[in-house]
Design a protein around this ligand. Structure first.
Ligand SMILES: [Zn+2]
Length: 156
């Protein structure tokens, strides 16, 4: 399972789980992934970054209080899945592995990723933050990156 942070054409941000990157692609192509806020199926991956030290704010999300918050957040598949605990554990380990082995580049993620892609910088693991626009432009230019999964909120 992979969790992607997604953003719709109206810049609503939300998260969704997919069985795999391929499943994500398929579901996006089929248009079955839709924004929980405005229901458009024009959605894209948003951030490939951990939610650490997030400086910018994602104010694009116009919230109406907490209304339907939980429903909106679990767009797909496996909220409350029995494997959730295991999954959280796996995600935590993945995050730890990435954050311990990769260099944190903060909001320079896009430019650093591009430099590495263009072989202007030493290949290395990096992680950081990028705006949806930066992410989109990286994708356009064929720069590969992966979203660092966010930790699902602890549930009892
Ligand atoms: Zn939307």
């Amino acid at each position: 399972m992979i969790q992607y942070a997604l953003v719709c054409e109206n810049t609503h941000q939300f998260e969704a789980w997919f069985r795999s990157a391929v499943a994500y692609d398929d579901q996006i192509k089929m248009g079955v992934v839709s924004c929980p806020i405005c229901a458009t199926s024009k959605v894209n991956k948003a951030l490939m970054a951990p939610a650490v030290g997030r400086k910018g704010n994602s104010r694009s999300l116009e919230k109406n209080g907490d209304q339907e918050k939980s429903e909106g957040a679990s767009v797909s598949l496996s909220a409350g899945h029995p494997e959730q605990k295991k999954l959280q554990q796996a995600i935590r380990q993945l995050r730890e592995k990435i954050t311990s082995e990769a260099d944190y580049v903060g909001n320079k993620f896009a430019s650093e990723a591009r430099k590495i892609h263009d072989e202007k910088a030493e290949p290395r693991g990096i992680y950081g933050e990028a705006t949806p626009e930066e992410a989109a432009s990286l994708i356009e230019d064929g720069v590969e990156f992966m979203p660092l999964p966010a930790l699902p909120e602890e549930q009892n």
